[in-house]
Design a protein around this ligand. Sequence first.
Ligand SMILES: Cc1ncc(COP(=O)(O)O)c(C=O)c1O
Length: 438
Amino acid sequence: MTHWPDPTSRSKQLYDRGLKVLPGGITRTMPWQDPFPVYAARGEGAYVIDVDGTRRLDLLNNFASLAHGHAHPAVVEAVRRQVGNGTAFTLPTEQEVALAETICARAESFEQIRFCNSGSEAVMSAIKAARALTGRPKIVKAEGVYHGSYDYAEVSLDSNPSNWGNDPNSIGYSKGVPKGVTDDVVVVPFNNVEAAERIIRANASQVAAVLMDPAPSYLGFLPMSKDYIAMIECVTREIGAVFILDEVITFRAHSGGAQTLFGINPDMTTLAKIIGGGFPVGAVVGRRELMKVYDHRAGKPALPWSGTFTANPVTMTAGKVTLDLLDDSATDRMNRMNVRIINELNVAFKQSGFPGQVTGFASMFMIFGHTRPVIDYRSAYATTEEANRIKALQRALTDEGFHLASTGKGILSTPMTDADIDHFIAAVSGITKGGLRT
Ligand SMILES: Cc1ncc(COP(=O)(O)O)c(C=O)c1O
């Protein structure tokens, strides 16, 4: 058992080794925390154990991709069996058909599915599908909403007061994004019906797709309003654009995803994370009429699709076992635990005077370092001081045995118990009550 950050720890030694061969010492930006990240050795249910033997409640679950925490015995057993039979073939498998059937049975708009290896790839493919179907170049997305790492999907992900403009400007996320990309992405404010409709209609004849997340994580999992949903459905139908719903993260909200809970009627949906049972996955699922864009039987399809590890039987097996175990009662239990976190921490913050709030949806929550009502990206946007407040909270929680994102995001898993939630609420309440050194 060590405390973090301990300069004599094995995590620090691994980080020093990593620095020599990996830019910045690690591969993914997400797990970074200053001065060096914790390195995982193994996981057990709701807990992750680091290379120094410290156990922490895993409130990230590989960023929402593990519904049942780590190494669920049924998933491990099924995967072990599959690995013994081969891990990848240049042939389709029964496992691919079985997971496709399981997912397609879950929501009304899920008629046919194509698998890939990540949510980013799924979003990229859905956008390309919309372009192929409509012959139009532009996509519409909401300001500050994350859809993975594809130039078009990343536009205006981190706009700030100095560049976001009145109606949202289209801002490339990384250096070197070609002007063609920002020209072809129309950015709208989330949940602002009047402004979004006006902006979409102004581009009507050019719009291939409207891409939306029903409860964007960067906005504290703020649910899309009924009026906004109705507007997107109506406008996409009228202008002949494809409505793509990105349920990569929100699918865990209900057996039929957030679209079933909210009554959303998308043309295509992107999925990933929990449908792979802990293995790399992505998928585009949608109406048969549109999914024919991928159909290769008459020669080269409108949108050719491949991928060496696409629909590999290990991922397909783990995904099927995971989804079969995730019934509505397991999901409801997680969702109720999340409501406790949100309600009890908001009461604790009010009582202690901590300038923060907790928002969330389904089994996902976000701790903000401010008390402004979060209604869109701009109200969610954290100043440096507010962001540092949450980073300090996360650092203190790391030392108290909890693994959380440095942005304050947390995701629950089915092996978590009420006692785990009690401990977490008590730890956050205790740390924020005592004041935080940022
Ligand atoms: C809404 C949403 N879309 C797309 C992605 C990208 O998925 P992946 O990380 O599997 O590429 C994510 C990942 O967090 C996401 O939350």
